[in-house]
Design a protein around this ligand. Structure first.
Ligand SMILES: C[N+](C)(C)CCCC[C@H](N)C(=O)O
Ligand SMILES: O=C(O)CCC(=O)C(=O)O
Ligand SMILES: [Fe+2]
Length: 421
């Protein structure tokens, strides 16, 4: 059993054992009652009554209709007094390792809005009840833990009529940027239109969103089908849907494409929501989802051009999920760059191929494919941890420019603008 799962189970047991009769005790006067040998404490009548109990292994608080349990070390550790926490830098100054692991408050008291703990060394910690509620495990649990997203196929995305941002407004107005980022977080793709068809303007537009992540391809890159680098991207061939830089330990968070010119035919861009496909897989076959989220696979970029010598390796499952809630946060799918499978025993290899086949079938369903023709002026932002891209083969001169962006900094920007990310 994973540690986290064990932890959740433990918490569950503790909670159900200790709280069942708590609410009958809410009185209208200040009083304390004994229940199963434990002393219940109450505040005076108020809109939201507060009861608390010092249990052997945790502090139990009932407030605002919620029953919460706090570890004593946690309560000491999160003290917001000026000697424990620097509210100018929002950093902890307290040395957590100096807290006795069996610490208990010597005195506990409550007023209308606050709880006060006195610790064995005399230090007093004050918590506002509202802060404790907001930061309790029990209240977090009920909140949407998942990033809100709209999973899409071609019809859903087209039907949503998500507006593109427009260059002028995008560059000058934070509300426009906020709407853009909100759409980007929801769908994993977003467009800015009317951008001057230059590398400089493309760079400017990306700088509104995040910091450029420089890679072996440079900072801003532009490319044509001249095979100047050892990769199929630099040809006229079609490309099946994939995520880029699967061969990085941390694949690039965001990819930007701006088609600066195309004199020829074909060359449309393919976009597929990898999380939509993964979700379908999870519904149809949880075992196959599990296989793809557990078996680590290697991706590799080997370039042996005289001018460019590279050997990049990234290892990770096709589907990365958070261990605590199984929520998918990244898909790594690139059949071109997938390396030799060497670390998986043959019986598991067979399972992996079956699961991979099912995911591939889902990704390739025509109804899941969104095809767009990129034109000069239209800059595409792709969440490279979620949305796969590909392209149709083409003729003629076609020049694309773009860059990779840091995912953390995009999320940072979104939060600063007030979005939940
Ligand atoms: C985007 N740019 C042309 C610079 C690089 C293309 C990298 C292609 C590589 N096979 C991958 O999928 O990561
Ligand atoms: O040429 C294209 O449209 C995209 C090529 C590609 O997959 C890439 O550059 O990452
Ligand atoms: Fe690519």
């Amino acid at each position: 059993m994973s540690l986290i799962r064990m932890f959740i189970r433990l918490r569950g047991t503790v909670r159900s054992a200790s709280w069942a009769q708590g609410f009958v005790l809410m009185g209208d006067r200040c009083k304390s009652v004994h229940l199963e040998g434990k002393r219940w404490q109450h505040t005076k009548t108020q809109a939201t009554p507060c009861n608390w109990k010092l249990l052997d292994d945790c502090f139990e608080l009932s407030y605002g209709g919620l029953v919460m349990q706090f570890d004593y070390v946690w309560l000491r550790d999160h003290c917001r007094s000026s000697s424990c926490y620097n509210s100018k830098t929002n950093q902890r100054s307290l040395d957590t390792a100096s807290i006795e692991l069996d610490i208990r408050p010597t005195k506990t008291r409550v007023d209308e809005e606050n709880l006060f703990f006195t610790w064995p060394d005399g230090h007093v910690t004050r918590y506002s009840l509202a802060w404790l509620v907001a930061n309790s495990y029990e209240s977090q649990k009920w909140r949407a833990m998942m990033q809100s997203r709209i999973l899409w196929n071609s019809e859903i995305y087209s039907g949503a009529k998500v507006p593109s941002a427009s260059w002028d407004k995008f560059m000058s107005c934070d509300e426009e940027l906020k709407t853009f980022l909100s759409n980007f977080l929801l769908y994993g793709i977003a467009f800015v239109e009317d951008v001057p068809a230059t590398i400089d303007a493309t760079e400017m537009v990306t700088q509104r969103v995040s910091l450029i992540r420089e890679t072996i391809y440079g900072r801003m890159w532009d490319f044509t089908s001249d095979f100047s680098r050892g990769d199929t991207a630099y040809t006229k061939l079609a490309l099946d849907c994939h995520t880029d830089t699967a061969y990085f330990q941390e694949p690039s968070g965001i990819q930007i494409f701006h088609c600066l010119r195309h004199e020829g035919t074909g060359g449309r861009t393919l976009l597929v929501d990898g999380f939509y496909a993964a979700d379908k897989l999870l519904q149809q076959s949880p075992e196959n989802f599990k296989v793809l989220s557990h078996i680590p696979i290697k991706h590799e970029y080997i370039e042996t051009f005289a001018s460019h010598r590279n050997h990049m390796i990234g290892i990770g499952p096709v589907l990365s999920v958070y261990p605590w809630n199984n929520e998918i946060y990244m898909i790594r799918y690139n059949n071109y760059d997938r390396a030799v499978i060497t670390r998986v025993p043959h019986n598991m290899v067979q399972c992996w191929y079956k699961a991979h086949r099912q995911l591939t079938a889902e990704l390739r369903k025509p109804e899941n494919e969104l095809w767009v023709k990129l034109k000069p002026g239209k800059v595409l932002f792709i969440d490279n941890w979620r949305v796969l891209h590909g392209r149709e083969s083409f003729t003629g001169l076609r020049q694309l420019c773009g860059c990779y962006l840091s995912r953390d900094d995009m999320l940072n920007k979104a939060r600063i603008l007030g979005l939940q990310a």
